[in-house]
Design a protein around this ligand. Structure first.
Ligand code: 16G
Ligand code: MG
Length: 545
C-alpha cells in the first residue's frame, strides 16, 4: 500500500481529536489518561511511518505504556532506528500532529512535515510496536494499527511486552549483528551471556522479584525458564489482570519514593535475602534487602551504577586494556551526593538534566559509558570503537583473556538501547557473584546521605527555570541565592528545585547528613518555592507534607 492523503483522511475521521485537550510529547512521550489517547496514538502511527521513510525504511518502534503511572493512565513513545529514544527535533512534530484540531488540519500538518523534512513518501516504512498490560492498551493498539495502515506502512506487532524488549527488537531489526530480532532472540542473547559470566561461581538460593503487577511479570516468567537453575528467581506481584493492581503499593517507583518495602513483600523477604522491584514497563530496577537489624535497605540506581562501573573498570585493567578504554559515569542532580563523591574519586563523572535521552547521549561520549538515574533507569553503552578494540585485542596471559571474555559477554548481557530492569538485574547478579558480595557488602561501598523529595503545586511551573544540569535556578530571580544561604546552615546540605517534566508540579530535592536535617531543608526550600509562586498561605504546609 502506498502513501495517500485520502486514505489518511478516511482513517482520521474514525479517530477524531477531543476538543478540549492539548497534548505534549514530553520526556517520556505522550502520557495522560488512557481514554484520552485514541487520536494521539493513531497519529503517532502515521508519524512513525514518516520517520521510517525518512530513515531509509529502517524500522521505527512504538511503545504504548505509562510506565509507573496508575493503571488508568497510558502513554505512547517512539523509538528510533538504533533503539534509542526519538530524536528531540521530532518531538515538536509529534506535538503538532497530536494537536491538529481536525482531519483537514492534520493533513496540512503532515504535508508540512513531509515538505519541511523532504520525506520521500514512496519509500516503504516499517513500524514495530508493543504495549503493556493496561486495560486501555488493546484499543490504543487498534488505533495505532489504523495509523500505520493509513500511512501505508508495514506493522509488526510485538504483543504485550516490555519497553526494553521493543527497543531491542527495533535495534536488532535494523542492525543484524545486534541479535535475532525476536523476543526469543532477546532472552537467548541475554541469558547465554549471563550463564557464561557466572559459570563456576557460587549460586544464591533465591532472588525475590517484585513485578509491579505489570508486564514485567510475563517477561520475568519467560526469563525464569531461560535461566533454569542458574538464577532461581521468585516472582511476586504478578497479578496482571486484577483491576487497580498495576504499580499499586509495589514496583520500583513505589520503593524509591516511599523508601520502603512493598507491603505485599512483608514476611516474604527474609533477612539477608535480596529482592528487587521492576516498574510497570520493566525499564527501571530497584534492589533492596533486610539487614541483620531487620531494617529495610534500598539499593537504588546510584548503588547499581557504582557497583557496575567499579566492576567494569577492574575488568578493563585486568584485560590489559587500561589506557585504551576510558570508562565514565553519567548521573543527574538526583544522584545521592555520597555516590557522586565516591565515583568522582575513581572515574570521570558527568551530570546532565533529568531524562533518559540526556543520560544516554552523554554516555555515548565515553568508550564505556555507565548511566543510571537514581530512580533505577540505566544501562551501559560500549562505543563502536570499544567493540572493535575488544574484538581485536590479543591478551598476553590467560587471566587477561578471561577478563576480556567477561567484558565481551557483558556487551551481550546488557541491553544497550535503553534501561532494562531484567538485563540490569542479571548484570547486578553477575557482579555480586564475581565479588562474592551480599547486599550488605554492596551497600557498604558508600553510605547514602539521607534525602527527601517533595513536590510543590504551583501556579506556573514554567516560572522555574534551571541551569547547570538543573542544579541551579535562574528564575525566579533571587530564589537561588536564598536557597544557597539556607543550604549553608545544614551539615552536608544540598538542595535543588526543578519543574517536573511529567507532572504539573515543581520538585524539591534536599539531602543532609541526618534525616531530620534533610527533611527540614526540603521543607524549608519547598516553602520558599510555594511562597514564590504566590500560593494561598493558608494551604502552604499541606501542599508538601
Ligand atoms: C521520565 C523519564 C525519566 C525521568 C522522569 C522524571 C524517560 C524515558 N523517562 O519518566 O528518565 O527520571 O521522567 O520525571 O526519559 P519528572 O520530570 O516528573 O521529575
Ligand atoms: Mg518505566
Amino acid at each position: 500500500m502506498s502513501f495517500a492523503y485520502e486514505n489518511i483522511a478516511t482513517f482520521s475521521d474514525r479517530h477524531p481529536k477531543p476538543t478540549y485537550y492539548q497534548y505534549q510529547y514530553g520526556t517520556a512521550g505522550f502520557r495522560t489518561l488512557g481514554d484520552r489517547l485514541d487520536s494521539v496514538v493513531f497519529r503517532v502511527g502515521i508519524l512513525a511511518a514518516l520517520r521510517s521513510m525518512k530513515h531509509n525504511s529502517h524500522a521505527i518502534g512504538v511503545m504504548i505504556t505509562a510506565s509507573h503511572n496508575p493503571e488508568q493512565d497510558n502513554g505512547v513513545k517512539l523509538i528510533d532506528p538504533r533503539g534509542e529514544m526519538l530524536e528531540a527535533s521530532w518531538e515538536v512534530h509529534a506535538t503538532t500532529m497530536a494537536n491538529a484540531r481536525s482531519t483537514e488540519e492534520l493533513i496540512e500538518v503532515i504535508q508540512h512535515i513531509v515538505d519541511l523534512l523532504n520525506i520521500d513518501t514512496t519509500r516503504p516504512a516499517v513500524v514495530i510496536y508493543g504495549r503493556d498490560t493496561r486495560p486501555t492498551g488493546e484499543s490504543l493498539v487498534a488505533a495505532l494499527q489504523d495509523g500505520i495502515q493509513a500511512a501505508g506502512a508495514r506493522g509488526r506487532d510485538a504483543g504485550i511486552t516490555t519497553t526494553p524488549v521493543v527497543h531491542y527488537l527495533v535495534r536488532a531489526t535494523n542492525s543484524k549483528d545486534y541479535g535475532e530480532a525476536t523476543e526469543a532472540g532477546y532472552f537467548t542473547k541475554m541469558t547465554d551471556a549471563y550463564k557464561k559470566l557466572v559459570a563456576g561461581r557460587p549460586k544464591i538460593s533465591s532472588l525475590l522479584v517484585d513485578c509491579a503487577n505489570g508486564v514485567g511479570t510475563m517477561a520475568a516468567e519467560k526469563l525464569k525458564e531461560y535461566l533454569g537453575d542458574t538464577l532461581p528467581i521468585i516472582l511476586e506481584n504478578t497479578s496482571t489482570t486484577t483491576p487497580g493492581a498495576l504499580n499499586h503499593a509495589c514496583g520500583a517507583d513505589y520503593v524509591k519514593t516511599m523508601q520502603r518495602l512493598p507491603p505485599s513483600l512483608n514476611g516474604k523477604l527474609t533477612p539477608t535475602q535480596r529482592g528487587c522491584s521492576l516498574d510497570g514497563d520493566a525499564d527501571r530496577l530497584m534492589y533492596f534487602y533486610i539487614d541483620e537489624k531487620r531494617q529495610f535497605r534500598m539499593l537504588d540506581g546510584d548503588k547499581i551504577a557504582t557497583l557496575v562501573a567499579a566492576f567494569i573498570v577492574d575488568l578493563v585493567k585486568a584485560s590489559g586494556l587500561q589506557g585504551q578504554i576510558r570508562v565514565g559515569i553519567v548521573q543527574t542532580a538526583y544522584a545521592n551526593g555520597a555516590s557522586t563523591k565516591y565515583l568522582t574519586q575513581r572515574l570521570p563523572v558527568k551530570c546532565v538534566p533529568t531524562g533518559v535521552k540526556h543520560l544516554h547521549h552523554a554516555a555515548e561520549s565515553f568508550d564505556i559509558g555507565v548511566y543510571f538515574e537514581a530512580n533505577g533507569h540505566g544501562t551501559v553503552l560500549f562505543s563502536r570503537n570499544t567493540q572493535e578494540i575488544l574484538e581485536n585485542h590479543e591478551p598476553n596471559t590467560p587471566a587477561q583473556q578471561t577478563a576480556l571474555n567477561h567484558i565481551i559477554n557483558l556487551t551481550k548481557l546488557i541491553n544497550q538501547t535503553v534501561g532494562d530492569a531484567l538485563s540490569d538485574m542479571l548484570l547486578v547478579e553477575v557482579v555480586l557473584a564475581h565479588k562474592s558480595y551480599s547486599g550488605i557488602e554492596w551497600d557498604s561501598l558508600y553510605t547514602d546521605l539521607p534525602n527527601r523529595l517533595v513536590k510543590v503545586v504551583v501556579g506556573d511551573r514554567n516560572a522555574f527555570v534551571t541551569t547547570d544540569a538543573e542544579r541551579r535556578l535562574v528564575s525566579p530571580p533571587t530564589l537561588q541565592q536564598r536557597i544557597d544561604e539556607l543550604v549553608l546552615k545544614y551539615d552536608g546540605g544540598r538542595a535543588f528545585v526543578r519543574p517536573s517534566g511529567t507532572e504539573d508540579v515543581v520538585r524539591v530535592y534536599a539531602e543532609a547528613s541526618t534525616r531530620a536535617q534533610a527533611d527540614d531543608l526540603a521543607f524549608r526550600v519547598a516553602g520558599m518555592v510555594y511562597d514564590e509562586s504566590g500560593g494561598d498561605s493558608t494551604k502552604r504546609p499541606k501542599e508538601f507534607i
